[in-house]
Design a protein around this ligand. Structure first.
Ligand SMILES: *Cc1c(COP(=O)(O)O)cnc(C)c1O
Length: 395
């Protein structure tokens, strides 16, 4: 029987801990125990817990202007949109609050374009095991087993193909198809990287069949994979892209970006009470200005490599299948379905705990702050080594 959370609607099972403070890569619970955090709100806190640049941006903007209404321009909204356009291959930006909301916006924009330019084509092709969020339509867009029936009836118009299998995409295309939506690195599915060859073929197929290529970079964008955006690793340009998680550095902020020729909403077609609010946009601008500098991104690549080598070393020591990832989004594959046990034991380590994530029964995912130091990576690897020794080799 749970002590905490008696007043909360049950949505998941949480450990009996209440977190009170965070700084950089460290969290402290109400009992005063410290934890080295390699989850960071699921790749959300790109600059770690409570970074000074975000505290400063929030304080300054909170004292200046919170919300003039989404019906008016405000300066942080304009500045953030311009900065994202400067950094990317896109021309236009819509700001929202969550990844699912940005993805819904992408689907609406694709369907709007399909109505105008493709005779009503509306179907969106996603991928098995893909994850695009938890609204009803995004559950339809996702390829998570069971999600097509959990809250039936589900919104229609979503087909599925298989990642790295271009023939499966070709088979899914019908005259009603308007877009393909892809995570170039599938996050929730266990850090599955798309093959560069597949992504180039997909880009060519989309162009040939007049399908929009939508990159869901909610998890991979804003420096997570060592470049400002993961599509830059694949040498292709999507037509639409969504961002969330890391762009807010911990606050609710997301974005939909498109090329000029897909800028086809009519006034009133799309919006939302908090879309483009200056408080969140000011934070987004501070985060983007910090993370998307070439010297910072170079550091992410270096630390990503450092974490990768450490995980490879652990994989060799413990006879595990291996390690994979891009930048500071990485996974360690176990030989057995013991990932959840590892997560629980790592959290319980004394005197300092380690926070890890297991999106699959046999896989650990690492999403540390992009600012994590090599010393902190060493400390995390040492703690993880202790736990693996204990759990994997127990008689
Ligand atoms: C987390 C995530 C989402 C959903 O974002 P929310 O902010 O939780 O709505 C969508 N797509 C991907 C790839 C994600 O990782």
């Amino acid at each position: 029987m749970s002590e905490q959370g008696k007043a909360l609607i049950t949505i998941t099972s949480r450990p009996e801990l209440v977190f009170a403070q965070g700084q950089g890569s460290w969290l402290v619970d109400e009992g005063g125990k410290r934890y080295l955090d390699l989850v960071q709100g699921w790749a959300v806190n790109s600059l770690g817990h409570s970074p000074a640049v975000i505290a400063q941006a929030l304080a300054t903007q909170a004292g200046r202007l919170l919300n003039p209404s989404p019906a008016f321009y405000n300066r942080p909204m304009l500045d953030l949109a311009e900065r994202l356009v400067e950094l990317s291959c896109f021309d236009r930006v819509f700001l929202a609050s969550s990844g699912a909301e940005a993805n819904e916006g992408a689907v609406k924009l694709a369907r709007r374009w399909g109505r105008k330019m493709r005779g009503g084509a509306h179907q969106i092709i996603g991928f098995e095991n893909g994850f695009h969020g938890r609204t009803l339509a995004m559950m339809s867009a996702s390829g998570k087993p069971g999600w097509d029936s959990l809250y039936a009836p589900m919104p229609a118009g979503f087909a599925k193909a298989r990642m790295n299998d271009i023939a499966s995409v070709e088979r899914a295309v019908t005259p009603d198809s308007v877009a393909v939506m892809i995570e170039l690195v599938q996050g929730e599915a266990g850090v599955n990287l798309a093959d560069p060859g597949f992504v180039r073929e997909l880009r060519a197929l989309c162009t040939e069949r007049q399908l929009l290529l939508i990159a869901d970079e909610v998890q991979t964008g804003i420096g997570r994979c060592g470049r400002a955006f993961a599509y830059q690793l694949f040498d292709v340009e999507p037509d639409l892209m969504t961002l969330a998680k890391g762009i807010g550095g911990g606050v609710p902020l997301s974005a939909l970006l498109c090329k000029e020729r897909f800028n086809c909403f009519e006034p009133g077609d799309q919006g939302g009470t908090y879309c483009g609010n200056p408080l969140m946009a000011a934070v987004g601008l501070a985060v983007v200005n910090e993370v998307c500098r070439e010297d910072f991104l170079e550091g992410v690549r270096r630390r990503g490599q450092y974490l990768a080598s450490g995980l490879q070393r652990l994989a060799r020591e413990h006879h595990l299948p291996g390690e994979r990832g891009a930048g500071l989004l990485r996974a360690l594959v176990l030989a057995t379905d013991q990932a959840e046990q590892v997560v629980t034991a790592a959290r319980a380590l004394e005197p300092v705990g380690l926070l890890l994530n297991a999106p699959r029964p046999n896989l650990l995912r690492f999403m540390p702050a992009l600012t994590i130091s090599e010393a902190e990576i060493d400390e995390a690897l040492a703690m993880l080594g202790r736990v693996l020794r204990d759990i994997l080799h127990r008689a």
